[in-house]
Ligand binder design. Structure first.
Ligand code: FAD
Ligand code: PYC
Length: 420
């Protein structure tokens, strides 16, 4: 038996609680920025932190800073409903999300940090004949790509989610669903913290409370960033600033084909375990799972207007809760505890941008819209490779900005999970 003290033992938890948490060991350093780095990542969300981690671990590039205007993982990473799946329609998207799902499957071991990845399966409901045709097409395409998927009947669905109303008299009758058993949920904070801790241990500087306010160029090429704490040099800058990508691009005189809109979610009071899978319905703009604490985690559709206010409109969540109560009559008396919003950057084809730009040394990873949490590991992996080599990773190539000029769009509106 090891005689090493376990800093996370029950006794130490109690001791730290009684000392007002003053004696916790820091999980990562709080470094003073250097004057220069090989690569600067702007944005300390899950994607930025994963990028830094893979730069260090896969490519041996550790002279890297992640600059975050707030606190690590405090953006959309903190605000999302954590649904993970890879059942996208087109080969390009399906392969990227499937890389991510495979990385999720080993992430807790890789980071030595429990990201609480729970493969409880994801149901995407169909409510009319066209939904069912789309579901069948998508499941067939997934299987051709080696991605798990089945088309389920209402009786199969009832077996998996007994509280779901599959009566043909329902206002939104459930005609069937796609089912991805390897899908599920993870703990959003843990993903950010796991990547942060591992990247820091490899020498990456994680610099919080430092906003990038400008991009400095010489002879057209990037030489560093202006921040609220002064200039920091780097010849490569990767912007991973979900919700603010348009603002970042404008600093370089670029315009991205992106709209920024509020997306809301809410959680209920905790209940006893009653739903051990994820249920999504794109048609009715609602999706639901139950957290390990017992809360129902419920998400809505995007708000109809562009903006940067992290809140959203009441009528949107009201509509979502009407739909959830119709699908799950047993939840009609459950009280909601909290509501919040995040700003999602959406592209015209509901797919991300992972790309070099026309400015030498400036790269963007953005536009994940309503569905980027599931992509966190895969996005970081391919973006790190793209930054390290100065050319797109093969899986990132179809997601370059120039698809909006060539017309090679990858329309994933049907699989996006949230209509927009
Ligand atoms: P973020 O976590 O937002 O990180 C970007 C960071 O950049 C922020 O921390 C921000 O402070 C920082 N930043 C911005 N500008 C600057 C600057 N100038 N200088 C320094 N730092 C800056 N996806 C799913 O796959 N499944 C879901 O179930 C799901 N549900 C969602 C529910 C809601 C309500 C919302 C809002 C989103 C949801 N998403 C979901 C989408 C998902 O949250 C995002 O796609 C994903 O978290 C984006 O991760 P990120 O690391 O790129 O962004
Ligand atoms: O992309 O699966 C998804 C999703 C679910 C809720 C929000 N986004």
């Amino acid at each position: 038996m090891s005689t090493k003290k376990n800093p996370y033992s029950a006794f130490s938890l109690l001791k730290n609680a009684l000392s007002y948490h003053e004696n916790w060991q820091r999980a990562w350093r709080n470094p003073t920025p250097k004057t220069d780095y090989d690569i600067i990542i702007v944005g300390g969300g899950g994607h930025g932190l994963a990028t830094a981690y893979y730069l260090a671990t896969v490519h041996g590039i550790t002279n890297v800073a992640v600059l975050e205007k707030g606190y690590l993982g405090g953006g959309n990473t903190a605000r999302n409903t954590t649904i993970i799946r890879s059942n996208y329609l087109w080969d390009e998207a399906a392969q990227l999300y499937e890389l991510s799902l495979k990385l999720w499957e080993g992430l807790t071991q890789e980071l030595n940090f429990n990201v609480m990845f729970s493969q409880r399966g994801v149901l995407n409901l169909g409510h009319n004949l066209q939904d069912m045709r789309d579901i069948e097409r998508r499941v067939n395409a997934n299987r051709l790509n080696g991605i798990d998927g089945e088309v389920l009947s209402p009786a199969d669905i009832k077996h998996i989610a007994p509280l779901l109303n599959v009566s043909p008299d329902a206002r939104y009758p459930v005609l069937g669903a796609s089912w991805q058993p390897r899908g599920g949920t993870a703990r959003h904070d843990a993903v950010a913290w796991g990547y942060a801790r591992a990247a820091d241990a490899l020498g990456v500087d994680l610099i919080q409370q430092t906003e990038v306010t400008g991009l400095r160029r010489q002879k057209g090429a990037i030489v560093g960033v202006e921040t609220t704490h002064g200039f920091i040099g780097a010849n490569k800058v990767g912007c991973v600033t979900a919700g603010n990508s348009g603002v970042m691009a404008a600093m370089a005189g670029l315009k991205l084909p992106i709209e920024s809109r509020p997306l809301q979610a809410l959680v209920s009071e905790p209940l006893r375990p009653c739903l051990d899978t994820v249920v999504m319905s794109n048609a009715v703009h609602g999706y639901i799972s139950q957290s390990d604490k017992g809360d129902l985690v419920i998400g809505a559709g995007v708000d109809g207007y562009n903006g940067y206010g992290q809140r959203g409109s009441f009528h949107v969540i009201e509509h979502t809760l009407q739909a959830i109560c119709e699908l799950f009559p047993a939840f009609s008396r459950v009280r909601m505890n909290r509501q919040w919003g995040g700003i999602v950057d959406t592209c015209p084809d509901a797919c991300p941008i992972i790309s070099k730009t026309s400015v030498d040394g400036l790269y963007f990873n953005c536009g994940w819209g309503t569905g980027g949490f599931k992509a966190t590991p895969g996005s970081g992996f391919v973006f790190a490779d793209t930054l390290a080599h100065g050319r797109p990773h093969p899986l990132a190539e179809p997601f370059a900005i120039d698809r909006f000029y060539s017309g090679a769009l990858i329309d994933e509106h049907g699989a996006a999970g949230v209509a927009h």
